[in-house]
Ligand binder design. Structure first.
Ligand code: SF4
Length: 438
């Protein structure tokens, strides 16, 4: 571990469990540990948090006035987000396409990138993958058939504003319209990042959602999303989780977030201590590419996993960004090493202006086919299309059914070889042939 003179303001008296566990984990990961510098939690208490060489160099070059403490303060990261043309020009060599697209932008889904996440992007290559997911380009203003501002019909399925009740036993609780970074392909682009816009988020709105859930005993599962719920301060989030936990029929609460990836400094010890009080609590984390698996993210995921929070990943399949088996395999292997189970691979929703991000559906099946059998099943997420119009998630699998021969069902394995399974009571292969599926 390499430490920089003057970067550790306050060495801890004894290593914490999390840090020692993380250290072991990182040894196993054979990934650079980064420099450990203090992080400030909400109450101003300091703790240690890794800073990779990449992040440190970026801070010194683009935020020379910021101390290592500032860099590791998640509120500083939020305040210093790269949001305007001038901010972008200071860090990136913008292409003409990017410059025009940024100048043209109005309304929701603004530009917003934390300095930490910007440090992972290429400064001069407009085609670099992470940069493409966060800096607008002209094709974002193209409108193609089938696109919609609310393709999943969430507004239609809203029981009260900010609460989507689509599936029988669970609800989606939209807690905030704020994110720490704004993804250009966001399904909720209509509602995020615009204060005073059509979608507002307030305590009175939360109260209406609590009342609705209290009145619906069939709701056993609440997914808190947004926006990003981890941009909410600890006390308010504690209140939200506490109110949900107090509802007897709510058995299961999940947080959907990108913060552990784009603002890992937010995962303070105080936050995880608070989250632990609300178990069983699960978390779905939005990952895109293996470059996101930095020492900082190793620490944020370790803290959450050490707090007993089961972690799953959600990845949107994006054209030219992560639509290669080798990229996804590397990402998924890295996630498993960080105790994050690849959970969903999403077909990109047909959100307005998303044509440059969308692959064919066949590409998603190709990804699953390239993973299934070629690596552990734990590294294979479920590929889903969230059906436009509010149909919900529809899982898709490559076709492993090869037909039927008498009492035998014919199945194709991951190598393309056909095998027989004795299935005298079944008619599966026949039915498929008759129906013209095969
Ligand atoms: S973090 Fe999530 S909610 Fe926020 S912009 Fe990205 S995809 Fe949308």
């Amino acid at each position: 571990m390499k430490l920089l003179a003057g970067e550790i303001a306050e060495p801890p008296s004894s290593p914490t469990a999390t840090l020692s566990q993380t250290s072991n984990l990182i040894d196993t990961l054979k990934s650079p540990r980064g420099n450990v510098v203090p992080l400030k939690d909400e109450r101003g208490r300091k703790e240690r948090f890794p800073v990779s060489d990449t992040s440190r160099d970026f801070r010194k070059r683009f935020f020379p006035e910021a101390s290592a403490d500032d860099w590791n303060d998640w509120r500083w990261q939020l305040r210093k987000r790269i949001r305007t043309s001038a901010d972008l020009e200071r860090v990136f060599v913008l292409s003409e396409d990017e410059r025009t697209a940024v100048a043209q932008h109005k309304g929701s889904l603004p530009v917003g990138v934390t300095p930490y996440y910007a440090s992972l992007m290429s400064r001069d290559n407009a085609f670099e993958a992470l940069r493409r997911t966060h800096i607008p380009v002209g094709t974002e203003y193209l409108r193609t058939p089938g696109e919609a501002d609310d393709p999943l019909g969430e507004d239609h399925d809203s029981a009260v504003p900010g609460l989507v009740h689509r599936y029988p036993d669970r609800v989606l609780f939209l807690s905030t319209g704020t994110c720490s970074t704004y993804c250009r392909y966001c399904t909720r682009s209509r509602m995020v990042g615009e204060s005073g816009g059509e979608y507002s988020f307030s305590k009175s709105q939360w109260d209406k959602s609590f009342e609705y859930i209290e009145a619906h005993p069939e709701v056993r599962d609440v997914l808190i999303s947004g926006g990003d719920p981890l941009t909410i301060g600890d006390d308010k989030l504690d209140y939200l989780l506490g109110r949900l936990r107090a509802i007897k029929h709510v058995e299961f609460v999940r947080l959907g977030t990108k913060v552990p990836v784009v603002l890992p400094q937010r995962i303070t010890k105080a936050l995880v201590k608070m989250l632990k009080r609300h178990h069983p609590l699960w978390m779905s984390i939005h990952f895109t590419r293996p470059e996101e698996l930095t020492p900082e993210v190793t620490e944020s995921t370790a803290r959450l996993a050490d707090a007993g929070i089961p972690l799953g990943s959600q990845t949107v399949l994006l054209k030219g960004i992560n639509d290669e088996v080798a990229i996804l395999k590397k990402l998924y292997h890295g996630l498993l090493m960080r105790r994050v189970k690849p959970y969903y691979l999403y077909q990109c929703d047909p959100i307005t202006g998303s044509s440059h991000f969308r692959t064919s559906v066949a590409k998603g099946l190709e990804m699953i086919e390239g993973l299934r059998g070629h690596t552990t099943g734990y590294a294979v997420p479920q590929f889903v299309v969230d059906a436009p119009g509010g149909g919900g998630k529809i899982p898709l699998l490559p076709d492993y059914m090869a037909g039927r021969d008498g009492d035998d069902l014919l199945l194709r394995n991951f190598e393309g070889n056909t095998y027989r399974y004795p299935d005298p009571d079944g008619n599966l292969g026949n039915v498929m042939k008759t129906s013209g599926v095969i």
